[in-house]
Design a protein around this ligand. Structure first.
Ligand code: ZN
Length: 392
């Protein structure tokens, strides 16, 4: 199928401005893009964008699809039902304009199974970079779903179990978290030696390491251990921000769950209180990272461990803008920057000839109003296949 998208604004995922232009897709790839009026193409279909914006499919670097959205005891539900919930959440995510996601701790490796089912054409969903169950210490954050490991030897084994099961990346829990009762939120879980072991084992096979890191010592240990992203990062200080910039370590702020806890107040009191306790610090850390020039990628933390439903991922972009990021930067955080962090920038994350035709059309201009990405997605194409098309 050959499709020409013309007469609209093109936001390529790399630059900070949208330009009048066109995008030509042949089969599964983008074959040409240009400014102004399109050259005559022999496209089978021309989509008249009529002033709408075409941009790369969105990428979320921190989601929890497995088991769907939160409900009490989700981690104990029968696996068959949980698998169907996972498939439904994946479909919702794709139709919301997210053509690639990276998972961050999933019960029973369900993220890998839905990844493979999507590849086999059994279910619609985004491209999935799967992190499997993730690794925590005994009784640590998300121990209900993650593999528990203590000391370098057990961690080495746990990473290798993940590799054996077929993960694409690795998630380690560096500190307590809001969602796990009874543990101090800030307390670090792994030593530098333990993190280094995990990172060595992951990097050895070409996998990136994402972390759940809230407290300052947890963030320090993660940076020292050589991880690729600090996710959450509430207690980030200036010294850590400088080291992250120097080492190219990303911050993935994940404001979404905090919006659900502290503004929607959709959680138990203990969770809301824990979230309230670190909310201001979260916003401070984000501004500090922006000022220090730390690379940022979008990660929503949607799904079962939080209260933030799958498919509402783009709320995260609105929150990043609310907390001080220019809309153009936020768009790059969910396109080229996210692709770079996830290690897939050679295939997706920008509208460039030769890349996979993962793209969306949105009514309006996200640079003028970032929230159009939450509510006004009108077309979703992944690998040249249309999954949503409200323009026909
Ligand atoms: Zn998470």
């Amino acid at each position: 199928m050959s499709v020409l998208f013309a007469n609209g604004l093109v936001l390529d995922g790399l630059g900070d401005v949208a330009v009048e232009g066109w995008v030509h897709v042949e089969g599964e790839r983008i074959v040409a893009t240009g400014r102004g009026q399109p050259r005559p193409h022999l496209a089978q279909r021309t989509v008249d964008l009529a002033g709408r914006t075409i941009m790369p499919g969105l990428i979320d670097t921190h989601v929890h699809l497995a088991g769907g959205d939160y409900f009490p005891g989700y981690e104990h539900e029968a696996i068959g039902i949980a698998a169907l919930r996972t498939a439904e959440a994946a479909r919702r995510t794709l139709l919301a304009g997210f053509t690639t996601v990276r998972t961050a701790a999933s019960r029973d490796f369900l993220d890998l199974d839905i990844r493979d089912a999507i590849r086999l054409g059994l279910a619609p969903g985004p491209r999935i970079i799967g992190s499997g169950r993730g690794i925590t210490c005994t009784g640590g954050h998300l121990h209900e779903v993650a593999i528990e490991a203590d000391g370098p030897d057990e961690i080495r084994k746990a990473v290798r179990q993940h590799v054996k099961r077929g993960v694409d990346s690795l998630k380690i829990m560096m500190s307590g978290g809001v969602a796990t009762a009874g543990l101090p939120v800030e307390a670090e879980q792994f030593s530098v030696e333990e993190v280094r072991t995990a990172v060595y084992e992951a990097h050895r096979v070409g996998m990136k390491v994402l972390t759940h890191s809230i407290g300052l010592q947890a963030i320090r240990n993660a940076i020292e251990g050589g991880v690729d992203s600090i996710d959450h990062g509430q207690y980030l200080d200036e010294e850590c921000a400088v080291r992250m910039r120097e080492r190219g370590i990303y911050l993935v702020p994940t404001f979404g769950p905090f919006y659900y806890y502290t503004e929607m107040r959709k959680a138990e009191d203990w969770r809301i209180q824990r979230a309230e306790g670190i909310k201001d610090q979260h916003q401070r850390a984000f501004r500090l990272a922006l000022d220090a020039g730390v690379s940022v990628a979008m990660g929503s933390d949607c799904g079962a461990p939080s209260r933030f439903p799958n498919g509402e991922n783009a709320l995260e972009l609105t929150l990043m803008v609310r907390h001080g990021m220019p809309p153009s930067h936020a768009v790059r955080c969910a396109t080229s920057e996210a692709a770079r962090l996830a290690g897939v920038l050679d295939q997706v994350g920008s509208l460039e000839s030769g890349k996979l035709a993962d793209l969306i059309v949105v009514d309006g201009n996200p640079l003028e109003d970032i929230s159009v990405l939450q509510h006004k997605i009108q077309l979703v194409m992944k690998g040249g296949t249309l999954y949503r098309d409200d323009l026909v």
